[in-house]
Design a protein around this ligand. Structure first.
Ligand code: ADP
Length: 513
């Protein structure tokens, strides 16, 4: 049976997925990677481990799906964004990186971010050039860091690649990238969907460091005989551009047309909206990037500790539920949520700030700290749990409101991630967002999204809209309750007043740690 392969190089592991040419998922397999932190705030991985994980996961998924190695019609690549692989020109069969890759969550580049904003003529000008302010996670500051601190490595560097594009190089021998991932380098003119040659020159970088940049469904090369052997496939399979993990996940969830957005509640929380135009937030609180849909854009905001806040509560305040869940063979989160239901909406004035690991959107502030405010002697543990869920949801609502304020029309928010498993939390999201929320039949995210892109690039579907229409169906729709929506809008103003009131105290609290 003919099939498509999607590969997603995540931070903790690589996932491979096989679907047939009608989009039906046949199997998935994962293989893990290590992450290292040689100094506080540094985060690195060995790209060669990604390649062995891709080979392992691909062989495993082909076996699990029971398909023939020679029936693969196309491959799509997705991966963690922003990571930087420094390569000399030693051919794709060896491709020994000159140093470990610096990852999206590496925090060493604060000084380089200042330098970039200065070189661009200020933060506003930079946002206008590349759609986003300089953040430590992005690729451009990482390149400047290596140039400054490891000049020998920099001198030998001929190519800087994003994680999935390193895998593409090993698969095809081609240096290529695509617009959705390139937008996270801080060097792409997001409006024009092409490298910002002016900024690259101003930063003193050579444009030849960067790979050719295409639209996400375009075929960038074919499996070489060497790579085919390593992967257990056959040579000549086309590899399409693919997409960065957020844009790929959006395709996998059908967020490819005007009016739809996605709220993903995993450890972090992401609100992602499709945009027909490259609208910018002049304050840089949300990111504007190219979407994987040909000629379209996306806007997204990331809360650092969304589901992570509830996870913290479970791990430290819910030992009894963890034990009971084990005994009863149920999920501890389900037990916590069933207690939260007993508290009233708004928790009688108890609010939780979910800034447990600092915050990114809507408050780009590594010093931000979390906590409860508004406790009285009447409050119970049910209020504490519910307030955590409400605080996370208010944070997600903040991102959504910024996007609506930019003129993005959001008619439905599709829910994904662990937090979407709870029906109570789904309705709470509908009420707080004051927008209908939905679920779809699609649960595989980024790896599925790039398998669909591979199908578009190799002719299984005419375009992404046709592909997602054919394979993704809505399975649930919840409308906001007007009374609850009105109440949450009021409560949200109280929540929003807390961060500005506390902001100046956070650095002092942090200094006590
Ligand atoms: P990750 O980002 O770690 O891949 P997931 O998408 O699996 O995460 O989401 C994990 C988070 O989802 C948990 O931290 C928790 O907050 C939330 N979660 C998981 N299961 C449930 C559940 N049954 N009900 C509500 N929330 C849940």
């Amino acid at each position: 049976m003919a099939y498509l392969l999607g590969v997603d190089i995540g931070t903790s592991g690589t996932k491979a997925l096989i679907c047939d040419l009608k989009g039906k998922v046949l199997a998935t397999a994962t293989s893990e990677h290590d992450i290292s932190s040689p100094q506080p705030g540094w985060s690195e991985q060995d790209p060669r481990q990604w390649w062995s994980a891709v080979c392992k996961a691909t062989k495993a998924v082909v076996k699990k799906a029971g398909v023939k190695p020679n029936a693969c019609k196309g491959i799509g690549l997705s991966g963690q964004m922003h990571g930087s692989v420094f390569l000399a020109d030693d051919g794709h069969e060896t491709a020994e990186p000159l140093r470990p890759a610096l990852l999206w969550n590496d925090q060493r580049t604060a000084a380089q971010c200042v330098e970039i904003e200065k070189t661009a003529g200020g933060r506003k000008k930079l946002i206008n050039m590349v759609g986003n302010p300089a953040l430590t996670g992005f690729q451009a500051p990482k390149i400047l860091w290596v140039r400054q601190h490891e000049p020998k490595v920099f001198e030998q560097t001929k190519h800087v690649l994003l994680p999935k594009d390193y895998i593409r190089y090993r698969m095809t021998g081609e240096y290529a990238t695509e617009v959705s991932d390139a937008a996270g380098t801080l060097l792409l003119d997001v409006k024009k969907r092409a490298w910002h040659k002016g900024l690259i020159r101003k930063l003193g970088l050579d444009a030849s460091l960067f790979a050719d940049c295409v639209e996400s469904h375009v075929v960038t090369g074919e499996l070489t005989p060497w790579a085919a052997k390593q992967l257990g496939l056959v040579q000549g399979v086309p590899v399409v551009g693919g997409a960065g993990d957020n844009a790929a996940g959006a395709v996998g969830n059908g967020i490819v047309k005007r009016g739809v957005a996605m709220a993903s509640l995993g450890t972090s929380g992401v609100v992602f909206a499709h945009a027909d135009e490259p609208v910018l937030d002049p304050q840089g609180r949300v990111h504007t990037m190219c979407s994987a849909v040909d000629g379209k854009w996306c806007v997204f905001g990331c809360m650092l500790s969304a589901g992570g806040s509830l996870q913290w509560f479970r791990n430290h305040m819910a030992k009894a539920e963890i034990a009971a869940a084990k005994r009863k063979k149920v999920d501890a989160y389900d037990l916590l949520l069933s207690e939260a239901v007993r508290a009233k909406a708004g928790c009688e004035g108890l609010m939780f700030l979910p800034y447990l690991t600092g915050e990114r959107c809507p408050h780009p502030d590594p010093m931000a700290r979390g906590g409860w405010i508004g406790l009285t002697a009447r409050h119970t543990r049910a209020d504490m749990i519910r307030s955590v869920i409400e605080g996370i949801t208010f944070g997600m609502t903040d991102a959504l409101r910024i996007m609506q304020g930019m003129g993005i029309n959001i008619k439905t928010v599709y829910l994904t991630g662990g937090g979407s498993r709870s029906a109570f939390w789904r309705q709470l999201q509908a009420d707080a967002y004051n927008v209908p929320v939905g679920l779809t039949n699609s649960t595989e995210g980024a790896a599925y999204g790039v398998a669909l892109l591979a199908g578009v690039g190799t002719g299984a579907w005419k375009n992404i809209a046709q592909a997602t229409r054919a394979v993704i169906d809505e399975t649930e729709r919840l409308k906001p309750d007007p009374g609850a929506a009105k109440f949450y809008a009021q409560a949200h103003t109280a929540y929003d007043a807390l961060y500005p009131a506390l902001r100046d105290n956070f650095p002092q609290l942090a200094s006590l740690a």
